[in-house]
Design a protein around this ligand. Structure first.
Ligand code: ACO
Length: 308
């Protein structure tokens, strides 16, 4: 049996910081409304999905002590590829100078957890070290005059190096879910901009995150008290708070970066994971619960024993 272990991590965000007050200059909104309803104070806007992914991947490689030549495969979770064809992952592969497989995975904001499970599957059938990246430029597909969505979206990337280990490894349990009958709730047609039924997404998000997280914990043989750190998708602080409350996981045990980074879709979980690791909140043997939801709808959870 071959399992996985996360050995390196990196992030990249565009230089340009946009505060709530900046948005209030052109939108009928306010810092007070945005903070109270979403928890977001500022976000980074700009760059390209491949450019941010390359930067995050290079930092992750450095932190793992690996070179690009040692990586066998690259999985890029994104819902905002540079173009329709080709996929963005080959550009990232070329940009960092690696060889081997490279493909995009679009599961919207659940993409990083989907990618983690995909990476574990590749390792199980013989892959060597992998790069898993979540990278997004949501601002590119957003009507910045639509206050309902412009205030939550943001750009950024997070990457991890994943290595094979003998034995079960870090991934204790996982579940992936989708319901395509809900695709109308959050969508972007070719050449269009994002549409979101925010209220309905909010309502369903809490329900599916709780259900999926509970199943992942049960499959790992763990209860809420055993979770040392929850790393949720950062869509709205109120969703994270509601999920924590229903799961009986104190909010203090969640990694929250939405105030600084906004909603970066598939980049938000690796951004929150990176913040927790680099601020010393993650220790060997800790149980981490990763959970996300997004367009599709898709939702997914995984429990990791760091660094099992
Ligand atoms: N500033 C000021 N007022 C606003 C704004 C704004 N930016 N946006 C909406 N309002 C107003 C509305 O017009 C409405 O006014 P009304 O009562 O006079 O009609 C009022 O505020 C309440 O609007 P709601 O839409 O009910 O606001 P809500 O509290 O639901 O917050 C939000 C909206 C933040 C979008 C929330 O619904 C949400 O976070 N939903 C989930 C988002 C999500 O998780 N998406 C999934 C991933 S995102 C992705 O993939 C890109």
């Amino acid at each position: 049996m071959r399992g996985i272990r996360i050995t390196g991590w990196g992030i990249a965000v565009p230089d340009k910081v946009v505060t709530n007050d900046d948005l209030s200059l052109t939108l009928d909104t306010s810092d007070e409304w945005i903070v109270e309803r979403t928890g977001i104070r500022e976000r980074h806007i700009g760059g390209t999905t491949s450019g941010l992914a390359i930067e995050a991947a290079q930092e992750a490689l450095r932190s793992a002590g690996r070179t690009a030549a040692e990586i066998d495969n690259l999985v890029l979770a994104t819902t905002t590829p540079d173009g329709i064809v080709p996929g963005t992952a080959p550009s990232v592969q070329h940009g960092i100078g690696m060889h081997g497989g490279a493909f995009d995975l679009n599961a919207a904001c659940s993409g990083f957890v989907y990618g983690l499970v995909t990476a574990a599957g590749l390792v199980a059938v013989g892959s060597g070290p992998l790069l898993l990246i979540g990278s997004e430029t949501l601002s590119r597909i957003t009507d910045m005059d639509d206050r309902k969505i412009a205030v939550i979206v943001a750009d950024g990337a997070g990457a991890v190096v994943i290595e094979p280990v003998e034995g079960p490894g870090s991934l204790l349990s996982w579940n992936l879910n989708a319901d395509g009958s809900l695709k109308h709730l959050l969508k972007c047609e070719h050449g269009g901009t994002l549409f979101m039924d925010g209220k309905e997404v909010f309502r369903r998000a809490v329900r599916v995150v709780v259900d999926s997280a509970e199943r992942a914990m049960a499959d790992a043989g763990l209860g809420p008290d055993d979770i040392d750190l929850m790393v949720p998708h950062q869509a709205n602080l109120r969703i994270i708070q509601a999920a924590c409350q229903r799961l009986s996981i104190p909010e203090e045990r969640a990694s929250i970066v939405i105030d600084r980074y906004g909603n970066t879709s598939s980049a938000s979980i690796p951004l929150a994971l990176h913040d927790a690791i680099t601020s010393g909140r993650v220790h060997d043997g800790d149980n981490l619960l990763l959970t996300g939801f997004g367009g599709g709808m898709t939702w997914a959870s995984a429990v990791l024993r760091w660094n099992g």
